[in-house]
Every structure is written in C-alpha cells, then in structure tokens.
Design a protein around this ligand. Structure first.
Ligand SMILES: [Zn+2]
Length: 244
C-alpha cells in the first residue's frame, strides 16, 4: 500500500538530510524514484542539506502538475515507485492534492518534507493541505534548539538583524532558511533577511540570539529571565520543560 507521509519540523531539523537518506535507502532496495524540490538553498533543481549532501532534483514551479510528471515518466517506460518532495511548504494545496492522487490511483509512495509554519507562526498553505491529507505526519526527532537551549518550535525572520512578524510569506530570493542568510551585496540598500529558530517564549517576546547578546553586553536590567535561560543553555541542551 502506497502512503503519503509528511515529515515536518522547524528549519535546521534535518529535513533535507532525511529526504536524501530516504531516497538512498529506497534506491538501495532497487526501487526507482523522482526527487523534487522548490527554492532549495543551493539553487534551482537541487536538494541540499546543511550537512553538505547535495543531489539534483526536479524544480517545482507554479505550473508543476505531479500527476502529469509521474504519468509522463511512466509513459516513457520509466519506473516510478516513489517521490521525494522537499521544501513541500512551498507547494500549492492543489499540488498536494495531486500528490495524494498519485498515491491513491497509481500506488506511488510520496515522502514530503517541509516546515509547517512561517515566520508569522501561520501554516504554509501547502503544509496545511499535507497535514489534512497525509496518511502520516511525522515530526522529526532531530530538534532545532533556541539560543536559550529549549526546543525551538518557531521560525523567526529577521530583517537587518531585527525580528519581524509581518511581511510576505515567501520573500523573492528567500532560498536560504538559515540563521544568517543572504549576504548583502554591500550596497547597504538591500535588506538582509535572515532566519532563526526560537522557542515559543522567545518568539513571542521577540528575543533572538543577537538581541539576547546585545542585552547581555549592555548589562541591562532584563524584564524577564534571559540570564536563567542563558545559564540553562550553557549547561547543555535545554530540558524542554521550561519555566512557568
Ligand atoms: Zn528560547
């Protein structure tokens, strides 16, 4: 029985690494699949992981129809047993429905990988549809950590180092979901967009690692227990239990 599985997590939790590992495992068992991605950090038609692995992939665009993609290959005599769909948060709800159809009608496994929510904590439409339709949603166990050491559950966007909670869901050229991204061309006019994973507490309080450092440097009287958080962080990964 084919399955539609959605592997979700925050940025930096190893989704693309798992996507490539999954592809490798199925290939090693003699199965044949197609890799897809959209807006990978390494550029078009790539799946790349933070650990340095990189493979070619079919770039998904607005006009991509997964049903047609699979049918065309099969018509050409190519075997398609499964699809690896990375950066699935950028797919449209319609494309996710095509993936479900591929699973149900022609018994092709679909393994989708993506972030659930954007920098405003809102679900990406593609991720929402995946959660609604998937046979299984698996939250990745390699957890990203907030600067305080707690489990990072939220993706924050920074513009020129300042955390923002408004703006377009996907910024043009917004390909690197990393802590420090887009090197500004030195022009000074191009805002530098970056991403950082935070725990909910620090997302809500808008305290990024940079902000926390600034406060520590200035030795300000802190309105909340950043010191305690830092201490916890220094002692190793947080307990995840959190203070009240
Ligand atoms: Zn935190």
């Amino acid at each position: 029985m084919a399955e539609l599985v959605f592997f979700s997590g925050t940025m930096d939790c190893g989704k693309s690494t798992l996507a490539l590992q999954m592809d490798h495992n199925h290939r090693a068992r003699g199965r044949s699949g197609v890799r897809f991605s959209r807006n990978d950090r390494a550029g078009e038609s790539r799946i790349s992981s933070r650990l340095g692995l990189e493979k070619d992939a079919v770039e998904v665009g607005d006009g991509t129809d997964f049903w047609e993609e699979v049918m065309r290959r099969r018509t050409q005599g190519q075997r398609v047993d499964y699809l690896i769909c990375d950066e699935a948060q950028f797919y449209s709800p319609e494309q996710v429905e095509q993936l479900a159809k591929v699973v149900d009608e022609i018994d092709v496994d679909v393994f989708a990988f993506g972030i659930t929510a954007d920098f405003r904590t809102r679900l990406f439409p593609g991720s929402q549809r995946l959660i609604e339709l998937a046979d299984r949603v698996q939250v990745l166990q390699v957890e990203a950590l907030c600067w305080c050491g707690r489990r990072a559950t939220h993706n924050a966007r920074t513009v020129d180092g300042v955390m923002v909670t408004e703006g377009a869901q996907v910024v043009v050229g917004d390909v690197d979901m990393a802590l420090e991204t887009t090197a500004s061309a030195g022009a000074g006019s191009t805002p530098v967009v970056g991403y950082e994973t935070l725990c909910r507490r620090h997302y809500m309080r808008r305290v990024t690692a940079h902000g926390a450092n600034l406060m520590a440097e200035q030795d300000q009287l802190l309105p909340f227990e950043v010191d305690a958080c830092l201490w916890r962080g220094a002692g190793g990964p947080g307990t995840g239990q959190g203070a009240p």
